[in-house]
Design a protein around this ligand. Structure first.
Ligand SMILES: *[C@@H]1O[C@H](CO)[C@@H](O)[C@H](O)[C@H]1NC(C)=O
Ligand SMILES: *[C@@H]1O[C@H](CO)[C@@H](O)[C@H](O)[C@H]1NC(C)=O
Ligand SMILES: *[C@@H]1O[C@H](CO)[C@@H](O)[C@H](O)[C@H]1NC(C)=O
Ligand SMILES: *[C@@H]1O[C@H](CO)[C@@H](O)[C@H](O)[C@H]1NC(C)=O
Length: 324
């Protein structure tokens, strides 16, 4: 198994102000002021003591996977139903399946719940409920709120229907860069060549939402040079503040596959804590704020965080600077 370390990553590809966060299939939730939960599940096997899992393993069919997300069509939102606690809608595959690293799932459901003044839960799952999700008996989710926060929460869910994308803003700071932003226009142009020329899976060929039975991809832009903490369990050579590919850093690929390994530097360890805290400072306004995002999910074999780029092509997170 190849081990992806920070030293495997090229320096930041540009010096623009955004970074992207890519997260393949998981469920996110956070603890500070933002809770985003994505119930994205992959029906893959969990194997012990693996640093990085192979892509394109054929677990579900004889389909030949394209190993390339260039032609992945994304999704279109429809059947929107708003309620006092949030909204529900259907996401339909917006074109022919690309079957990049798994089989595209045509019909998804998105549920957005304004859980409190400062927490928002976004859940995306296959409508047929065939993909495995973390049972409530293992990780209990918050009950549905009994108060409506849709008009008062500081976190606001915004979306484009076609292609489907969403972004989260603060009601109290509407002009600031979104806290989370999956719009392709906010992300770096693609294709971005592989970091490792021998490993095509380290390329970023596009940033559509990809939801396959063995692969998930979700990318978000972040302010350039922001402060990211978390995404453990890891002993990071950069210290608590993760190397996001700025200030001379090379970025990070963080595997979230739990291994029974005690204390390697810059590798995945015993546990998986797919949550990050972001602290940002706006030099124009002099204001600082923090938020957190948790991806709560299961079934993938790993999550990678790459920081000059964040790509998370299969089962991982990556950060990368964007160009816009
Ligand atoms: C895969 O191919 C083998 C051999 O042709 C066949 O027996 C099997 O049924 C196929 N499996 C699926 C899921 O199509
Ligand atoms: C900083 O604040 C200004 C004024 O609200 C806003 O226009 C700008 O987008 C903010 N910068 C970021 C990176 O959010
Ligand atoms: C590049 O990828 C190849 C194939 O996966 C791997 O053997 C090699 O160790 C990688 N190189 C680095 C520097 O990670
Ligand atoms: C994916 O396909 C695009 C378009 O054909 C191509 O430019 C890109 O190099 C491919 N990516 C990989 C990793 O082969």
């Amino acid at each position: 198994m190849a081990t992806r370390k920070k030293t495997d990553i090229r320096p930041s590809i540009n010096t623009n102000r955004y970074q992207a966060l890519f997260t393949p299939g998981y469920d996110w939730f956070s603890s500070l002021s933002l809770i985003i939960m994505f119930s994205l599940l992959l029906g893959t096997l969990l194997l012990p003591n693996i640093q990085r899992a192979p892509l394109g393993n054929k677990l579900t069919s004889n389909t030949t996977y394209s190993m390339n997300v260039t032609d992945c069509p994304g999704y279109t939102l429809g059947s929107l139903q708003e309620s006092v606690i949030g909204l529900t809608a259907q996401l339909s595959l917006a074109g022919p399946a690309c079957n990049a690293f798994g089989l595209d799932i045509s019909d998804l459901t998105i549920e957005v719940t304004y859980q409190s003044q400062s927490t928002l839960h976004v859940k995306i799952y296959d409508t047929a409920n065939q993909q495995f999700t973390i049972p409530e008996s293992v990780i209990e989710r918050p009950a549905a709120p009994t108060t409506s926060y849709t008009g008062s929460s500081d976190l606001v869910f915004n979306y484009d229907a076609t292609p489907f994308a969403f972004w989260i803003t603060r009601r109290s700071d509407p002009d600031a860069m979104p806290l989370f932003d999956t719009r392709v226009s906010s992300l770096p142009p693609t294709p971005i060549p592989p970091f490792n020329a021998s490993d095509p899976s380290t390329a970023f060929d596009g940033f559509p939402l990809v939801f396959e039975d063995q692969y998930l991809q979700l990318a978000s832009a972040l302010p350039y040079g922001t402060n990211i903490y978390g995404l453990g369990e890891v002993i990071a050579s950069s210290g608590f503040r993760r190397d996001i590919g700025t200030d001379g850093g090379v970025g990070t690929i963080q595997t979230h596959w739990s291994r029974d390994v005690a204390d390697p530097i810059d590798q995945n360890m015993y546990g998986s804590h797919p949550i990050y805290l972001e602290h940002r400072y706006n030099a124009t306004t002099g204001k600082a704020s923090s938020s957190g995002v948790l991806l709560l999910g299961y079934g993938t074999d790993q999550t990678s965080l790459i920081s000059p780029l964040i790509v998370f092509q299969r089962r991982g997170f990556r950060y990368l600077p964007a160009n816009t």
